[in-house]
Design a protein around this ligand. Structure first.
Ligand SMILES: [Zn+2]
Length: 279
């Protein structure tokens, strides 16, 4: 009798590459009664298997940081070296969605296939881009760049949930954009979900108040429930832009303090949504 192969356990890292100062009212649909500071961090993620690594989102460039008034901390592509990886050797890049802070630097991965939901490319090239509200988060040259890569046979356009490799699943969680996908990764502590911008902050989910940039409000709230179901526990959910991630998880080595944290190890204290988990 054949026994099932155990699922591989991946290492998962978040690299913090930029930040910006902001106010609470900027992050919740309908505003917020407490007008206090609430900064926003920018991340890329790395999923490292025994003999294969996946990059989840590619961040933006120093030039884009300048143009959009963000504080650039480091190039996320150059940060790969600290984890023993080289961009030109990466074969798979997962794009959670096509916003400028998730897809810039795509041209630094010359050997990669790009994994995207087909609905996201349709959205980014479709009817709503004539409205600044929807177009603002995209850079047309980057969207065109992905279209060109598709013509070159380097984009895998997925429709729905797909197992990219054993223990690594792409899971649609739309609402922020039409084709946003979360990434579910099997690790030594169970299933971790890189929620990306299905929630910018833990607090979007714990209070059911979506972020201020979105395509479909109802789907944004549904996406919180999708992510909850995918994760092993509330402590396994990683939001897209919350500075708390850097406090909840440990750096893989002292030199990487403040640069990168390890998400496949338990957080130093429970994530703030533990009390609100509905499953
Ligand atoms: Zn976004």
């Amino acid at each position: 009798m054949q026994t099932a192969e155990p699922l591989p356990e991946y290492e998962v890292y978040a690299v913090r590459y930029a930040t910006r100062g902001a106010r609470r009212s900027e992050h919740f649909m309908g505003g917020d009664p407490h007008d206090a500071d609430m900064p926003m961090d920018y991340f890329t993620w790395i999923v490292k298997g025994a003999n294969r690594a996946f990059i989840v989102d590619t961040g933006f460039t120093a030039a884009m940081a300048e143009r959009r008034g963000r504080t650039y901390l480091r190039c996320p592509v150059e940060s790969l070296a600290a984890l023993g990886l080289r961009a030109d050797a990466i074969e798979d890049v997962i794009l959670t969605h096509l916003h400028y802070d998730h897809v810039g630097n795509f041209d630094r991965f010359p050997a990669a296939r790009f994994h995207l939901q087909e609905r996201e490319l349709n959205f980014a090239t479709g009817r709503y881009m004539k409205y600044a509200f929807f177009a603002h988060g995209f850079e047309v040259d980057e969207v065109v760049g992905i279209v060109r890569l598709n013509y070159a046979g380097r984009v895998e356009l997925h429709s729905g949930m797909v197992e990219l490799a054993p223990g690594l699943t792409l899971c649609p969680a739309p609402g922020h954009t039409a084709g946003l996908q979360a990434v579910r990764v099997h690790t030594r502590r169970g299933w971790v979900v890189l929620a990306s911008d299905s929630m910018h902050f833990f607090e979007n989910m714990t209070t059911d108040r979506p972020f201020t940039v979105g395509y479909h409000l109802g789907e944004m709230v549904d996406a919180f429930r999708i992510v909850e179901k995918l994760a092993a526990s509330p402590d396994h959910i990683i939001p897209g832009h919350d500075p708390l991630v850097m406090q909840l998880y440990r750096a893989p080595s002292p030199e990487l303090e403040g640069v990168c944290v390890r998400l496949d190890a338990d957080p130093v204290r429970p994530a703030p949504m533990s009390k609100h988990f509905r499953r």
